[in-house]
Design a protein around this ligand. Structure first.
Ligand SMILES: Nc1ncnc2c1ncn2[C@@H]1O[C@H](COP(=O)(O)OP(=O)(O)O)[C@@H](O)[C@H]1O
Ligand SMILES: [Mg+2]
Length: 346
């Protein structure tokens, strides 16, 4: 059984009794998989009050909140373990992560400081408030490069299966591709699940990333990391950002995205001098992932979803997909991809 808010409060007070009293307040993110609450810690001796956050991951995920029963069986069957992996990864990263007060692996409960007290703001909030500068493109690119290097060097375990995540993330593509176009699908599957793979963060959601006023960055919620092609990460970050471009929240259109790529490359080449982006692969991942998200708006903040789910844009997405995977003239460069995105929107 999953714990209710009252049960979490009771449990966390028991677990944290040596620290003081905890009062759970409002829910910050009603997660499908986790519940994250803002809370107050009253120090046992000094009675000082500190803002904290309590994250609890559910034992059973509700079928109606995911896509299908199959998805739960294949991808989300051990969600509680993903929270433990998240904390394990956070501990080995050289980037900023939320400051953890105590993690209780048996209970899937993490108690941490509230990062908004340290002037960090969720990337999604910054984007929606248009409170973002081109300097954050630099930080995003650099953080991605460092994260990629850290995961490659220091992490070797995964909870979810790579194949099931592939199935989840590329299902729409599979359904829409037919006849000769299956070649594209097979190529993407081969690339994504290639032999030479590393633990990769496949969940670069702007709700899993925070930035402070000096553009310092913070990452969290990394428990869904799996072994797959690490090149997926850049495309995954950029199509998420593109949704904000489409919805009108990120101006300068592709310039911001091009800057992210430029800074990613600059930083990543410090670790791997010979690294080059495989542009065709980038185009494939970007397009397939964009299609996946377009079909599953429930995961997206309504302020963006309401705009990009309009009929005209929905069809623009299908049209875009159709042109990228054109039989005789498929798109193979990032420059052409961004130009096409611009064209179908205008
Ligand atoms: N330490 C923290 N301080 C402030 N807000 C937080 C903190 N940790 C999580 N949150 C908020 O809760 C949301 C969900 O947390 P996350 O760890 O991403 O869980 P989920 O698995 O539900 O996505 C985040 O997007 C952020 O808004
Ligand atoms: Mg999250």
């Amino acid at each position: 059984m999953n714990l209710s808010k009252e049960q979490i409060e009771k449990k966390v007070n028991k677990l944290m009794s040596e620290y003081g009293e905890i009062i759970i307040k409002e829910i910050l993110a009603w997660g499908v998989v986790s519940d994250v609450y803002s809370a107050m810690l009253i120090d046992k001796t000094t009675k000082k009050q500190t803002n904290i956050v309590v994250k609890y991951t559910k034992l059973n995920i509700e079928k109606s909140k995911i896509f299908s029963k199959k998805d739960i069986e294949e991808s989300f069957f051990n969600a509680q373990a993903t929270q433990n992996l998240d904390i394990l990864i956070q501990n080995i990263l050289s980037s900023n992560t939320p400051k953890i007060i105590k993690h209780f692996p048996e209970s899937s409960i993490t108690v941490m400081y509230n990062f908004t007290d340290e002037k960090f703001k969720l990337l999604q909030t910054r984007l929606l408030e248009k409170d973002i500068s081109i300097n954050s493109a630099k930080k995003l690119g650099e953080t991605l490069a460092i994260l990629r290097k850290d995961l490659q060097q220091n992490v070797n375990i995964q909870i979810e299966s790579s194949q099931s995540q592939f199935n989840e993330r590329f299902l729409e593509l599979k359904v829409l591709l037919y006849n000769w176009r299956m070649d594209f699908y097979n190529q993407i599957e081969e690339d994504f699940l290639q032999e030479n793979k590393y633990i990769t963060w496949t969940d670069w959601d702007p709700k899993n990333f925070a930035i402070d006023n000096e553009w310092e960055s913070m990452v969290f919620d990394l428990g869904r990391a799996i072994k797959c092609d690490p090149d997926f990460m850049l495309a995954n970050l950029l199509w998420h950002l593109w949704l904000f471009v489409i919805a009108g929240y990120l101006e300068n259109n592709s310039i911001f995205l091009e800057k992210v790529i430029e800074w990613f490359l600059e930083k990543y080449k410090e670790f791997d001098k010979l690294y080059e982006i495989d542009e065709k692969k980038f185009v494939n991942y970007f397009t397939a992932s964009l299609l996946h998200r377009w079909m599953a708006m429930r995961w997206i903040d309504p302020r963006i979803a309401n705009i990009i789910w309009e009929d005209s844009l929905k069809y623009a997405c299908i049209h875009f997909w159709d042109m990228v995977f054109d039989k005789n003239n498929s798109i193979t460069t990032i420059k052409k991809l961004f130009l096409l995105l611009q064209e179908i929107q205008d």
